[in-house]
Design a protein around this ligand. Structure first.
Ligand code: ADP
Ligand code: ZN
Length: 728
C-alpha cells in the first residue's frame, strides 16, 4: 500500500464511513495528489465527488470547486458538514452577513473545500481572496458546461482556464456525467489541460430499467406506474409549465399527492416545493427540466417522462436522478408523435448554427424512441461507448418476449386507407379515432363519419391502433410531416394498399414486468421504519434533507445487522466518526430496546479498530470546535458571531476558548471587555488559580462570596491561562 493509498483509505473510512473505494476513485486521487490533471467522465452516482474531496482533505490549503448551480453547491456543502468536513460556498445567494462570516472562515485557512459559482469566480475580490490562500486543487464540476456542443453550455465556464492560469495552474480535475466524444474533447481544450489523465467508466447504469411507451392515455399510464411506487420518491418531467400544473393538479384530484416545480413559480414556492420533496414530506414531484440539477436525492425510485426530452444528454441525465444509491429504479418515457414538432417550435428563435445543433440532438432522441434494439446499447454508443452484451435484461426491448410476427396486412390496409381518405392531413391519434368510430366533435364537423373507413376498426382499442401505427412508421410505410404532425403515405404504403406487399408485425404491445431488487433484501422492516421516522425527525429539526443524515442503505444495513454498541455501529457503511458522534447514541436508543423486545442479536462483532474509532469520535468533535471557534475569534469574529455559527450559547463559546487555551494556544484578541472584575480582583483570582493543580472555578467563586457569576470567573481564568501561554 502506498502512503497516499493508506491516507486516502483512512479518510474514506473514518470521515465518510465507507469501506472501500469504488472503481477509479483511488487512481484519480493518486493522480491528483501527484499534481497531475484529470478529466473524469463517470455516470451520476458513481462517486465522483469523493475523488476531489479526499485529496482536498489530504493536503494543506483550500480546494476550489466550481459548480454551476447554487442548489448543487448548498447540498454538497451540507453533506460535507454532516461528515464533519469544513466546507463553505460563495455565491450570490448569501446575505451580507453570511458572506462576511464565510470570508472570515476562508481566511482562517481552516476551510478545506470552497465551492464557487462561475460568476463569483470572475469577481476581482474573489481572485484577491484566493490569491492569499494556498490552493490545493481546482475541481470543475459539471465540466460539460464548458462546451457549446453539449446541451448545457455556460459561457462563464470558458473563463476558468484564464483564472486557473492566474493562480499558477494548481492541479485540476474536470468532472462530468455527460459527455459525447465531441464534448469530451472540448473540455480539455477549453480548460487548457495539456497533459491529463482520462478516467472514463462505462456510462451504463445497470440498475435503471429503461422503458419507452407510446402515450395513449397518458394520465392513466402515469397512475398505473405510480401504483407500483407507493411511498417512494418519483419525479415526473413535463415539457411545459402549463403541463406541469395540469398534471400535478389532476394527480392531486385523483388522490396522488404531488407538487409542481417549474421556473414560473414564485422563488419561495419553488424552493419550498423542492425541499418538501427532498425532505420526504411529499413523494411525487411534477416538474419541468428546471428541476433536478443539484438534486442529490439518492432514493428516487422512478422517473417518468410525460413528454419527449429534447436531447439524449438531458434524458440520460434526468433518468440518472433515479437510483443514485445503486438500488433498482424504473424510468418510463411516454412518447407521442406530436412531441418533436412541439419541441422544434421552441427552437424557432435560435441562431442558425444553434438551431442545427438543436435539431441534430432532437433527431437522435427520436431515433432512440423508435429503436427496436437494446436501449442501453443505443445510449452507450451515443456517448462513444461500445456495449458488448447481447441482452441487457433491464430495458423494454431486451426483456420483451420475441413472438413471431403475424400477417397484419388487412389491419395495415385499414389504417392506410383511412390516412388516404382523410387526405394525409391528420395525425395518428385522429386517424385511430376515425377508425374507432369516435363521436369527437371535430370528426363530425369534418364529415369524417361519412367515410368508408369510419368505424372500421372498433374491434381494436385505440392503444392497439397506435401500436400498429408505430410499426408502420418504423418500417417506413408511413412518414410524419414534422411541421404539422400529419401522417403521410410512402411508396411502400401504396404497395400494401394494392395488395402487392404484405405487412408483418405484432398486434399487441408486450407487457413489460419491472421487478426491483435491493442490495439487502433480508432486513427487519419494522426497525427500518422506526429508524426512518427518527431520521425524518432529526432532519426536520436541523432543517436538512433526511438522506444527508443517513442513506436508506445505511439504515437498511442496520435493520439487517442489529448493531448494539457504538463500536458495532461504526462498522455499518455510511457511518463515519462524525456521524457516530452526532447520531450514534440516538440510533442505539431505538435499536437496543427494539432488539430486546424482539429477541434479536447483533450480527456484527466489534474489533480493536472499531473500538479505537469510537474513542476518536469522542475526541474529535470537541477539539475541532474549540480550535475553529478560537481561531475565528482571533480572526476578528465576535463571540456573538461564533455563537450563531455553531448554534450554541455564549457560555459554550468560552468553554471552546478554554479547551483551546488548555492545549497551549494563544488567543490574540483581547478578552478584557467581557470582564466585570476590576484589576485588583483579577490579580487576587489569578494568585489563587496559580496555586491550583487543576484549574477550578469554585474556590474563586467563593473567594468573592458569589459576587461574580461562574461565567465571570471563567473569563477571568481564560485571561489567566492566556497570559501563561503567552509567556511560554
Ligand atoms: P456523482 O458525483 O458521481 O454523481 P456522488 O459523488 O454524489 O456521485 O456519489 C454518489 C453516492 O455514492 C454518494 O452518496 C456518495 O457518498 C456515495 N459513495 C461515493 N463513494 C463511495 C464509496 N467508495 N463507497 C460507498 N459509497 C460511496
Ligand atoms: Zn437492453
Amino acid at each position: 500500500m502506498t502512503n497516499i493509498e493508506q491516507d486516502a483509505s483512512k479518510l474514506l473510512n473514518e470521515v465518510f464511513g465507507y469501506k472501500q473505494f469504488r472503481k477509479f476513485q483511488l487512481d484519480i486521487i493518486e493522480n491528483l495528489m501527484q499534481g497531475s490533471d484529470s478529466v473524469v467522465i463517470m455516470p451520476t452516482g458513481s462517486g465522483k465527488s469523493l475523488c476531489f474531496q479526499i485529496p482536498a482533505l489530504m493536503q494543506k490549503g483550500t480546494a476550489i470547486v466550481i459548480s454551476p448551480l447554487i442548489s448543487l453547491m448548498k447540498n454538497q456543502v451540507n453533506q460535507l458538514q454532516q461528515f464533519g468536513v469544513m466546507a463553505v460556498y460563495l455565491n450570490s445567494s448569501l446575505s451580507r452577513e453570511e458572506y462576511f462570516l464565510t470570508i472570515n472562515k476562508i481566511k482562517s485557512n481552516k476551510v478545506k473545500l470552497l465551492y464557487l459559482a462561475p460568476e463569483t469566480l470572475m469577481l476581482p475580490q474573489t481572485f484577491e481572496l484566493l490569491n492569499q490562500l494556498h490552493i490545493s486543487l481546482i475541481a470543475v464540476d459539471e465540466a460539460h458546461c464548458i462546451s457549446e456542443w453539449g446541451h448545457d453550455f455556460r459561457p462563464e465556464y470558458r473563463q476558468i482556464a484564464e483564472f486557473r492560469k492566474k493562480l499558477n495552474n494548481p492541479p485540476t480535475i474536470a468532472l462530468t456525467a455527460t459527455a459525447t466524444p465531441l464534448v469530451q474533447d472540448d473540455i480539455s481544450k477549453n480548460l487548457q489541460l495539456d497533459k491529463y489523465s482520462l478516467f472514463k467508466t462505462s456510462f451504463d447504469r445497470p440498475n435503471l430499467f429503461i422503458e419507452v411507451k407510446t402515450k395513449t392515455d397518458g394520465f392513466i399510464q402515469v397512475m398505473e406506474t405510480l401504483e407500483k411506487f407507493k411511498n417512494q420518491s418519483v419525479i415526473i418531467y413535463c415539457f411545459s409549465r402549463k403541463g406541469v400544473d395540469q398534471l400535478s393538479e389532476k394527480l392531486n384530484i385523483a388522490g396522488y399527492k404531488s407538487i409542481p416545480y417549474h421556473a414560473g413559480l414564485d422563488r419561495e414556492v419553488r424552493k419550498n416545493n423542492q425541499e418538501r420533496f427532498i425532505n420526504d414530506d411529499i413523494d411525487i414531484i411534477v416538474a419541468t427540466i428546471a428541476f433536478g440539477m443539484g438534486i442529490d436525492k439518492p432514493d428516487v425510485r422512478c422517473v417518468i417522462h410525460y413528454d419527449l426530452p429534447k436531447d439524449v444528454e438531458s434524458y440520460y441525465q434526468q433518468i440518472g436522478r433515479a437510483g443514485r444509491d445503486g438500488e433498482d429504479a424504473y424510468c418510463l418515457l411516454l412518447f407521442s408523435y406530436s412531441d418533436p414538432a412541439k419541441i422544434k417550435f421552441l427552437f424557432r428563435d435560435k441562431e442558425e448554427r444553434e438551431k442545427i445543433i438543436a435539431f441534430n440532438h432532437l433527431e437522435a432522441m427520436v431515433n432512440f424512441v423508435e429503436d427496436e434494439n437494446c436501449r442501453r446499447s443505443f445510449i452507450l454508443s451515443y456517448f462513444g461507448e461500445e456495449h458488448l452484451e447481447q441482452n441487457c435484461g433491464t430495458c423494454d426491448n431486451c426483456v420483451k418476449e420475441i413472438k413471431p410476427k403475424e400477417d397484419l396486412t388487412i389491419i395495415a390496409q385499414k389504417f392506410l386507407s383511412c390516412v388516404y381518405r382523410t387526405k394525409e392531413l391528420f395525425g395518428a391519434n385522429y386517424i385511430s379515432k376515425v377508425l374507432r368510430g369516435s363521436k369527437d366533435q371535430k370528426i363530425l364537423e369534418r364529415n369524417h363519419d361519412q367515410l368508408s373507413t369510419y368505424g372500421l376498426g372498433v374491434d381494436q382499442p385505440l392503444k392497439q391502433w397506435l401500436f400498429v401505427y408505430r410499426q408502420l412508421r418504423r418500417n417506413k410505410i408511413v412518414s410524419l410531416d414534422e411541421k404539422f404532425g400529419s401522417v403521410k403515405l410512402t411508396d411502400k404504403a401504396i404497395k400494401i394498399l394494392k395488395n402487392e406487399e404484405k405487412f408483418m408485425g405484432h398486434l399487441i404491445e408486450e407487457k413489460i414486468r419491472y421487478n426491483s431488487r435491493t442490495n439487502i433484501t433480508d432486513y427487519n422492516e419494522d426497525l427500518f421504519e422506526l429508524l426512518k421516522m427518527k431520521r425524518k425527525e432529526l432532519a426536520d429539526e436541523k432543517n436538512i434533507p433526511p438522506y444527508t443524515i443517513f442513506h436508506d442503505n445505511t439504515i437498511r444495513e442496520i435493520s439487517a445487522m442489529f448493531p448494539q454498541t457504538k463500536a458495532q455501529l461504526i462498522k455499518i457503511s455510511g457511518i463515519g466518526i462524525a456521524k457516530l458522534e452526532k447520531y450514534g447514541g440516538l440510533l442505539l436508543e431505538i435499536i437496543i430496546p427494539f432488539c430486546i423486545k424482539n429477541s434479536l442479536e447483533s450480527k456484527i462483532e466489534e474489533d480493536n479498530l472499531s473500538l479505537m474509532k469510537v474513542q476518536m469520535a469522542k475526541a474529535t468533535k470537541r477539539d475541532t470546535r474549540a480550535f475553529v471557534a478560537s481561531k475565528m475569534y482571533n480572526e476578528g469574529l465576535s463571540v456573538a458571531d461564533i455563537q450563531r455559527e455553531f448554534g450554541v450559547k455564549r457560555e459554550r463559546v468560552f468553554f471552546y476558548f478554554r479547551d483551546f487555551l488548555l492545549d497551549g494556544n494563544v488567543i490574540t484578541k483581547s478578552l478584557d471587555s467581557f470582564l466585570e472584575l476590576n484589576e485588583e480582583e483579577c490579580e487576587e483570582a489569578w494568585k489563587l488559580f496559580a496555586d491550583m493543580e487543576v484549574l477550578r472555578l469554585k474556590p474563586v467563586h467563593e473567594l468573592f462570596d458569589g459576587k461574580y457569576s461562574y461565567d465571570q470567573i471563567r473569563i477571568c481564568s481564560l485571561i489567566f491561562l492566556n497570559n501563561l501561554n503567552k509567556k511560554a
